[in-house]
Design a protein around this ligand. Sequence first.
Ligand SMILES: Nc1ncnc2c1ncn2[C@@H]1O[C@H](COP(=O)(O)OP(=O)(O)OP(=O)(O)O)[C@@H](O)[C@H]1O
Ligand SMILES: [Mg+2]
Length: 295
Amino acid sequence: MNASPPPIPPPAALEVDDLTVVYGGSVLALDGVSLRVPDGAVVALLGANGAGKSTLLRAISGTLSLHGGSVRRGTVAFDGVPSTGRSAADVVAAGIVHVPEGRRVFTALSVEENLRAGQLGPGRHGRGAYRESLEQVHSLFPVLAERRRQAAGLLSGGEQQMLALGRALMSRPRMLLLDEPSLGLAPQMVEQIAGIVRRIHEQGVGVLLVEQNAALALQLADEAYVLEVGRVGLSGTSEELSRSDEVRRLYLGERRDQDSDGRGSRDSDGEGGGGPEAAAGLVTAGPRTLSRWVG
Ligand SMILES: Nc1ncnc2c1ncn2[C@@H]1O[C@H](COP(=O)(O)OP(=O)(O)OP(=O)(O)O)[C@@H](O)[C@H]1O
Ligand SMILES: [Mg+2]
C-alpha cells in the first residue's frame, strides 16, 4: 500500500509464515497467513466473525490442540526460533502470553490467587520478582489491590478483564496476545482498557491485539492486518489502513446513513457508501459503538 521504498524492517520478535490451520482434520480456519510483530510494537488484527483471528492467537500460543485444531503448514517463530509444536508452557516461558476471549479468570479464587497463578507459568522468577510484578500490576490496576482478597467471580466484567490482563503481566511477558479485550464492556471501561494497552506498550511489551472496535484498534496499533476468511486481505500501517476505503466501509462502520456525529452503526452490513467527510470524522474521533462487519 506504500509507494515509497520500504524501510529496512526492524527484527521481528514474532514471525508467522504461511500458517495453515485446520480444526477436526478438515475445517480450514487459516490458509497461508503471514504476519510479523516487531519488538515492542502494537499490531492489530481485524476481521469479521469467523475470519480466524482467535485461531491465529491460539496457533501462536500453542493452545490450538485444546480446541481440536492443528497446524497443517507454515511456521511461527519467536526471535527467529521456530516455536511450532511447542507446548503452551514453553511459549509462556519464551515470553508470549495469551489472554483469550471471554476474560477467563478463576472465579472461585481470590484476586491475588489469580495473579499468583499468572506468575507460575515460567517458574523462573523468585519471591522478590513476584512482589515486584505484583506492585507493577497493582499500579496499573489499583482496583486489583483494593479487591485483592475478594473472589474474582465478584468483580464486574471490566474488572475481570483487568484481572485477566494483570495475570498475564505477572509472568513479565515480552509480548501479549489480546483477544477482544473490550468486548461487551461499557464505553468508559473500554477507554480504561485502551489506556492500559497504551501503558503496556510504553513499558516495551509488544501486543498483538484482536479487537472488535476497529477504530480503537487502529488508534492503538502501529500496524494492522485484516483477516478475510482465513487469509490476510490487507495489511499496512494503521494510518494507511485507516485511509483504506475497504477498511472504512467494512470495519469503521462508514455508511450512507451515517449519523451526523460520525458514529458507526452496530449492524453495519458492509453495503454502505458514505463520503470522505464522514470517514474523516470517524477516524479522528473514533466511534464509540461497535462497528465490526458481521459478514
Ligand atoms: N474449536 C473449533 N472447532 C471447529 N471449528 C472451529 C473451532 N474454533 C473455530 N472454528 C472455526 O474456524 C474458523 C475461524 O474461527 P475463529 O474463532 O478463529 O474466528 P474469529 O475471527 O476469532 O471470529 P470471532 O470474531 O467470531 O471471534 C471459523 O470458521 C470457526 O467456525
Ligand atoms: Mg475470536
